[in-house]
Design a protein around this ligand. Structure first.
Ligand SMILES: [Zn+2]
Length: 348
C-alpha cells in the first residue's frame, strides 16, 4: 500500500512523529497508521468460529464483534453484525439515537438521517437479499459497492495465541521428516495443532466512516454466510445466528415492553391470522344468509337489487381490508351493520 499519496496519513516511524499514547500498533506490519486530521480512524473486528474446549452444553461458539477507538477508549463488544443491524434499523432521528457509530464518526453522524442516500441503498440491498439469498453473495456485494461508488475498507487477519500457549513452538508438535524444509514443517505443524494453540482468527477492518463500518459488517456477514432477516414483529433487521428460518428478533417488542419479539411475535401474528380467519368466516356467513333470502323470494325484485348493491359495497370494503386500508375490526363492524336486508336501502 502506498500511503504517500495521502497528505493526512503519516507512517509514524518514517516521519519520526511520536504516536499518541495508547495508539494501536498494527502488529502485522509493525507500523501505526494514523489519520492526523482528527484521528478518526477506528476498527471493527469480528471473530467467528468454534472453541476446542468443550463447555457443559457442548462446543462453545465464538460470535463476537468489537468496535474500537483507542483515542477515545471506546471498546464495545457485541454479537457479530449486531451494531450494524441496529444501525440500519433506526427509524426516526438517527442523530439522537445514541448508536455507537455516531460516536466513532462524528463527522458523518452530523449529516446522517433516515433518508440518507447510503442508508436507503443499503436497506434496499438488504431487502433484496432477505427476499432472495442469491443477492448475499460476494459478487453481488461487489456489484452493489461498484454501482454505489463504495469500497470494502482495508482489513487484516490477526492470529492470537490462546492464553498460556504464547510460548508454544509449533514445530515441536510434529517431527520433521526427511527432506522437509522449515516452511513445510511449520505449515504442517500448524495444521496438526488444530485449534489448540491459536484462537480463531480475528478479522479487523480499518474504518473512517459509518459507511465503512456498515460495509465491513456486511462483508463479514456475507463471506461467513450469516443469515440476515427482518423481524416480522418489529420490522427491524437482525442476524439469525442459529436458524436461518427464524422470523423474530431478540429485541424488546414494541408492542409489549416485558417481552422480546421472539416471545411476543408469534402470538401477535397468531392473533392477526385469527382475525383474518374470523373476517373470512363472518363474510361467508353473511353472504350465504343474504343469498338464501334472495332465492327464497324469487319474485321480490327489491330484495335481489338490495343484495346486488350490498355485494358491490362489500367487495369494495373487502378489497380495502385485504390491501390494509381498513382494519379487521372496522370491516367486521361494517358486516355486522349490514348483515340483513335493509328496507330503507333505496332511500340511502
Ligand atoms: Zn423484532
Amino acid at each position: 500500500m502506498l500511503y504517500n499519496d495521502y497528505d493526512d496519513i503519516v507512517i509514524y516511524n518514517a516521519y519520526r512523529v511520536k504516536a499518541p499514547e495508547g495508539a494501536r500498533v498494527i502488529d502485522r506490519i509493525q507500523l501505526a497508521i494514523y489519520n492526523i486530521e482528527g484521528n478518526k480512524m477506528f476498527t471493527i473486528a469480528f471473530r467467528d468460529g468454534t472453541h476446542s474446549e468443550k463447555e457443559c452444553e457442548g462446543v462453545a461458539v465464538f460470535n463476537e464483534e468489537y468496535l474500537r477507538d483507542p483515542y477515545r477508549q471506546i471498546n464495545i463488544k457485541s454479537k457479530i453484525g449486531q451494531t450494524f443491524m441496529d444501525f440500519v434499523s433506526i427509524s426516526g432521528d438517527i442523530r439522537n439515537s445514541g448508536h455507537p457509530y455516531l460516536t466513532l464518526d462524528e463527522d458523518t453522524a452530523e449529516n446522517v438521517t433516515a433518508d440518507s442516500w447510503f442508508l436507503v441503498q443499503l436497506r434496499k440491498f438488504l431487502d433484496l437479499g432477505i427476499e432472495n439469498e442469491e443477492f448475499f453473495t460476494v459478487s453481488s456485494l461487489m456489484y452493489f459497492l461498484h454501482i454505489s461508488g463504495l469500497q470494502i475498507p482495508a482489513f487484516y487477519h490477526e492470529l492470537i495465541y490462546k492464553k498460556g500457549k504464547e510460548n508454544t513452538c509449533l514445530e515441536d508438535l510434529v517431527p520433521a521428516t526427511e527432506g522437509m524444509d522449515h516452511f513445510e514443517h511449520s505449515m504442517r505443524a500448524f495444521l496438526a495443532s488444530g485449534n489448540k494453540v491459536f484462537q480463531d482468527p480475528l478479522m479487523t477492518y480499518e474504518c473512517e466512516t459509518i459507511e465503512d463500518a456498515c460495509i465491513a459488517s456486511l462483508h463479514f456477514l456475507i463471506t461467513h454466510k450469516f443469515h440476515i432477516r427482518k423481524c416480522k414483529n418489529c420490522g427491524r433487521y437482525f442476524v439469525a445466528y442459529l436458524r436461518s428460518d427464524t422470523e423474530y428478533c431478540d429485541r424488546r417488542s414494541p408492542y409489549n415492553v416485558n417481552k422480546t419479539c421472539k416471545e411476543d411475535g408469534p402470538k401477535r401474528t397468531f392473533d392477526a391470522s385469527v382475525n383474518a380467519d374470523t373476517v373470512k368466516k363472518t363474510l361467508q356467513k353473511v353472504d350465504i344468509a343474504r343469498r338464501m333470502r334472495v332465492s327464497r323470494n324469487p319474485d321480490n325484485a327489491d330484495i335481489k337489487q338490495e343484495y346486488e348493491a350490498w355485494k358491490k359495497s362489500m367487495r369494495k370494503m373487502r378489497d380495502q381490508y385485504y390491501s390494509g386500508g381498513i382494519t379487521a375490526e372496522y370491516f367486521l363492524d361494517w358486516l355486522e351493520a349490514h348483515k340483513r336486508y335493509n328496507q330503507d336501502w333505496k332511500t340511502k
